[in-house]
Write a protein that binds this ligand. Structure first.
Ligand SMILES: Nc1ncnc2c1ncn2[C@@H]1O[C@H](COP(=O)(O)OP(=O)(O)OP(=O)(O)O)[C@@H](O)[C@H]1O
Ligand SMILES: [Mg+2]
Length: 209
């Protein structure tokens, strides 16, 4: 059985992971593209042979994972290297995510793509253009920017300045909302989420039928 895909997105700290967990408790399959990327570059991950061949052993840790700190530094200053990394990772992420969609034992799956809209309008498209063309509907988790900073900065290793600098690489709130098929508003307490998710869950199940 193959599930239809609903694209889940939202700015940093808006509540994508929180919302995905609620949908999962309702019976939806969740495909987290960041999680897939992480698995592909974990020790012995499926992308590691290609990364070693392309970039050399300097970017592979002793246990065979991607050396994230070294790679982050490289792609920060070298756009060509970023493209070469993306050329390896994006098709692999897409293939693995689509395989999970094929296997999903639910009528629809939420595919979490943090930059669903941003990368789809980037020159050349990139992988997420594929996602926007592949999803039956888009769902944006939304809250105001002040709450985004507050919530995301509370994470270990994060601070408000770092959150704001990541937000500058993402679309502003109004632009995401303009593209949204559906919205979960996460500007209040956690108990405001389940009713919104339940309503959408019923709609997505109907859409899949
Ligand atoms: N309505 C809420 N009230 C209070 N805290 C919340 C609420 N929603 C989410 N949070 C908390 O805010 C933080 C960010 O939420 P979450 O991890 O779901 O966001 P995200 O969009 O997945 O972030 P990222 O972009 O970093 O993946 C988490 O610690 C979460 O527990
Ligand atoms: Mg998250």
């Amino acid at each position: 059985m193959s599930a239809i895909a609903i694209g889940l997105t939202g700015g940093i700290g808006c509540g994508k992971t929180t919302v995905a967990a609620i949908f999962e408790s309702l019976g939806a399959s969740i495909i987290d593209t960041d999680g897939v990327a992480h698995e592909l570059t974990a020790p012995g991950g499926a992308a590691m042979a290609a990364i070693r061949a392309e970039f050399g052993a300097r970017f592979v840790t002793a246990d065979g994972a991607l050396d994230r700190a070294a790679m982050r530094e490289l792609v920060f200053e070298d756009a060509g290297a970023r493209s070469r990394l993306e050329a390896i990772l994006h098709p692999a992420i897409r293939d693995e995510s689509l395989a999970r969609l094929e296997r999903a034992a639910s009528p629809y799956a939420l595919v979490a793509v943090p930059l669903l809209f941003e990368t789809s309008t980037r020159e050349g498209g990139g992988e997420a253009r594929g996602w926007l063309g592949r999803v039956a509907r888009t769902l944006v988790v939304d809250c105001d920017e002040r709450l985004q900073v507050e919530r995301a900065a509370a994470r270990p290793g994060m601070d408000a300045e770092r959150v704001r600098s990541i937000m500058r690489t993402q679309w502003p709130r109004w632009r995401r909302l303009q593209c949204a098929g559906d919205v979960v508003w996460n500007g209040a307490g956690l108990d405001a989420l389940p009713p919104q998710c339940a309503r959408l869950h019923a709609r997505y199940e109907a859409l899949a039928r």
